[in-house]
Structure formats: structure tokens, C-alpha cells
Design a protein around this ligand. Structure first.
Ligand code: AMP
Ligand code: ZN
Length: 113
């Protein structure tokens, strides 16, 4: 069982922001900023390493970048935003289906890098 696969299949509700053939974007249930959207490939890949090794991984990552731009446009993030991917144990990944956090709508101050 994968939580994000269930959301993609509509078994668990989500607040959709944007979708296309390859990607679903929905609002994080526990937002850390006015915009906190998860950009999720519709095909299951465990993490960024897994998707990088897959034959069709580049297609999905291309769709992810376009979807990030769409989300930024939809939520009016013209002044900037941040994209975060947590990978694995040390990265603090809690859902093992690769996803990208798009965070913005406020001046982001808690910079690690
Ligand atoms: P990560 O810790 O990078 O794996 O991110 C997982 C994210 O999924 C967290 O920010 C959670 O708040 C979010 N999340 C967990 N369950 C749901 C859900 N049902 N709908 C939307 N977001 C969720
Ligand atoms: Zn999944």
C-alpha cells in the first residue's frame, strides 16, 4: 500500500491544484506556508534514486518540472518559491513515493543552504 498511489487513484481525497497525464499536484495536508503543494508522478517510484534509474524516469521528471511551473503560475508565486525533495532516512522522507514540495506565498526565512 502506498498513500500517494491511493491519492492518485482517488481512493483517498486530496485538494488538487493541477494534473496532467504524468503528474498530480495537490495541497499538503500539513502546510508550512500559504502555498505548500506536493508534485507527485502518477507512476510509483520510491524516491529520486529510483526514478533516476528507471527507463521512463526522465519523462516523469520533465513532467514534474512543467507541473512545478504550472503550480507557481496558479498560486501566483511570481516573486519566488522553494522546491524540496526529501530522500531516504537521512533526508527525512516519510512517504516512499517520490514527490516534490513546492513552498511559497511568503518570504521563506528558514534557509539551510
Ligand atoms: P516527506 O516527509 O517529504 O515524505 O513529505 C510527505 C508529506 O506528505 C508531508 O509534508 C505530509 O504532510 C504530507 N501528507 C501526508 N499525508 C497526506 C495526505 N493525505 N494529503 C496530503 N498530504 C499528505
Ligand atoms: Zn506510490
Amino acid at each position: 500500500m502506498c498513500l500517494f498511489c491511493d491519492i492518485i487513484e482517488g481512493k483517498i481525497p486530496s485538494t488538487k491544484v493541477y494534473e496532467d497525464e504524468k503528474v498530480l499536484c495537490f495541497r499538503d495536508i500539513n502546510p508550512v506556508a500559504p502555498t505548500h503543494v506536493l508534485v507527485v508522478p502518477k507512476k510509483h517510484f520510491d524516491d529520486i534514486i529510483d526514478i533516476s534509474k528507471a527507463d521512463d524516469g526522465a519523462e516523469y521528471l520533465g513532467a514534474v518540472s512543467k507541473a512545478i511551473a504550472k503550480v507557481a503560475e496558479i498560486d501566483g508565486l511570481g516573486n519566488g518559491f522553494r522546491v524540496i525533495n526529501n530522500c531516504g532516512e537521512d533526508g527525512g522522507q516519510t512517504v516512499k513515493h517520490v514527490h516534490f514540495h513546492v513552498i511559497g506565498g511568503v518570504k521563506l526565512t528558514e534557509k539551510m543552504i
